[in-house]
Design a protein around this ligand. Structure first.
Ligand SMILES: Cc1cc2nc3c(=O)[nH]c(=O)nc-3n(C[C@H](O)[C@H](O)[C@H](O)COP(=O)(O)O)c2cc1C
Length: 494
């Protein structure tokens, strides 16, 4: 399956990208306070390279102690490369993910292994504990030594944007890494040894936190900064609960994940990271997090989230700091989401087989709107598909608008979708409006926090009892004439 070299750590990926002319080093001073964001976004908008800021400066103008790396996954090709694949190989990985979720085939494991060679790889890529690790070569005195960006002018303070937050449930064993959760949850720096961890309530990290809170015990947490691309993307992927990110990243990487004991907390951490922040979350201790510029394009309101007290920061001798920026799309997370869209498609089709394509336009914050292409066979089917998406698949809980189109429409082409809306949809008949459904607190347009409406738009051809009128026939040219036109115009059209 893997067509690229193994990227054992972030540096290996950077070296590969640099070799391909896909990494630019900036020697000029760039401030981590607001200014760096403008450079990152301008680069991302032009599908530019990975950026390495060799002279990042702090709020006081002083040179940062380490280089800052940004725009790592600023193109879909680089996201695919981070998965170990070329972009056109992503759907096959999606099929594999769908297989991971499905029950074992009737013929048992042998059949599963023969059908899914990667499943075999998955089983043989359990994490490998090591005694010495580069992420523990030395230590940093406090969080002030890390050049943490303050991305937007209205932000509350410095924000760690690419942390891989490592947690395990209360009562679990330190060595039982299969039960660990790794998630990307932004972390606000509120002091030299204090962070706020913003894991939203439905995330794996928050679920683990509840187990420690209930037991009244402090929770060990580690934050890995500058992980290898497979680890970063595994932590960002909504993997099934039963699949460990540590193991899965081994599948993507094509090599086992090396892990090492943290020094001051009972946790195993990724050995190849640039920096590891260790610490504890004490029961009931929270602080108001934010406001910060979010992926919606707005600042979100301050909300209480758990505080992490830092007990040690270990790092490589010459660490790099990896950062990103969230903002109105396109931003780096929206580019990642576009690739994840294609990864998720086979899982969706497993549940709703008539779905031929599903597109989450990045401009609509990657999840607030979906365009679904179906093979329509019976009246009312478009509405059934809308309800199935909202009802069966948790990732569509916050999708405010679903547009359903026929199989002759390209769901990813707005000209096609608008034509379908303009010609196959009647606003009096084809809208399905729901009220009082779940919504994330970031959506200030909903009348009540947490509860919002949903709109389904049926832009499919109406069939059977859906209409009493003669439906229009789509016009098509004779293919022979089209071929002749192409020939005649060969030298004329560029
Ligand atoms: C750059 C980036 C920043 C993110 N920030 C947050 C965040 O602040 N809070 C959050 O709950 N999820 C955030 N996410 C999304 C989660 O990391 C993602 O949904 C992941 O699958 C969660 O893992 P889990 O299902 O194990 O909790 C972010 C993702 C990326 C790529």
């Amino acid at each position: 399956m893997r067509s690229l070299p193994v990227f054992a750590d972030l540096r290996a990926f950077l070296a590969w990208a640099e070799g391909a002319g896909d990494l630019a080093r900036l020697a000029q001073p760039v401030s981590i306070r607001h200014e760096m964001t403008a450079v990152e976004l301008a680069c991302l908008q032009k599908s530019g390279p990975i950026l390495r800021f060799d002279h990042a400066t702090g709020a006081d103008g002083a040179r940062a102690a380490m280089p800052v790396v940004a725009n790592l996954f600023g193109t879909r090709d680089r996201v695919a490369a981070g998965l170990g694949l070329a972009l056109d190989e992503v759907p096959a990985l999606g099929e594999f993910l769908a297989a991971l979720r499905s029950p074992p085939p009737v013929d048992g494991m042998r059949d599963a292994l023969s059908r899914w060679p990667m499943l075999k790889a998955a089983l043989s890529t359990r994490p490998k504990p090591v005694r010495r690790a580069v992420c523990q070569e030395t230590t940093l005195p406090d969080l002030g030594a890390i050049p943490v960006q303050t991305p937007w002018p209205g932000d509350a303070g410095p924000l760690i944007t690419w942390p891989v937050v490592v947690t395990r449930p209360h009562g679990g064993d330190v060595d039982d890494v299969a039960r660990y959760n790794l998630g990307v949850y932004r972390a606000q720096v509120i002091g030299p040894d204090r962070l706020i961890l913003r894991w939203l309530a439905h995330r794996g990290g928050a679920a683990h936190h509840r187990t420690w809170d209930r037991a009244g015990a402090p929770m060990p947490v580690a934050i890995a900064l500058g992980c290898d691309p497979a680890m970063l993307l595994s932590a960002a992927l909504p993997l099934p609960e039963t699949v460990s990110e540590m193991t899965f990243s081994g599948v993507l990487r094509g090599a086992r994940t090396e892990i090492v004991k943290a020094q001051t907390v009972p946790l195993m951490v990724p050995a190849n990271a640039e920096i590891i922040i260790e610490g504890w979350v004490h029961p009931g201790e929270t602080a108001p997090e934010g406001p910060f510029g979010d992926h919606t394009g707005y600042y979100n309101a301050a909300e209480p989230f758990p505080v992490m007290r830092v007990s040690r920061i270990t790092c490589r001798r010459d660490p790099l700091y990896l950062t990103t920026v969230t903002g109105r799309p396109p931003d780096e997370p929206s580019v990642i989401a576009e690739v994840f869209n294609d990864l998720a498609l086979p899982v969706i089709r497993q549940q709703i087989p008539e779905v031929q394509d599903l597109y989450l336009p990045p401009a609509a914050c990657s999840y607030r709107m979906a365009v679904v292409k179906i093979a329509k066979r019976y009246p009312g089917q478009a509405r059934r598909v809308m309800m199935a998406l909202w009802g069966m698949l948790p990732q569509f809980s916050y999708t405010k608008i679903i547009v359903v189109v026929d199989s002759d429409i390209d769901a990813r082409n707005w000209d096609d979708v608008l034509w379908a809306l303009a010609t196959r949809m009647d606003p009096g008949r084809d809208l399905m409006v729901l009220e009082g459904t779940p919504m994330d607190y970031l959506d200030f347009a909903s009348p009540i926090e947490g509860l919002a409406g949903k709109l389904g738009i049926d832009a499919t051809t109406k069939i059977g009892t859906e209409t009493t009128r003669d439906w229009g026939t789509v016009m098509h040219l004779d293919p022979a004439h089209e071929a002749r036109a192409a020939e005649l115009l060969k030298g004329i059209l560029k």
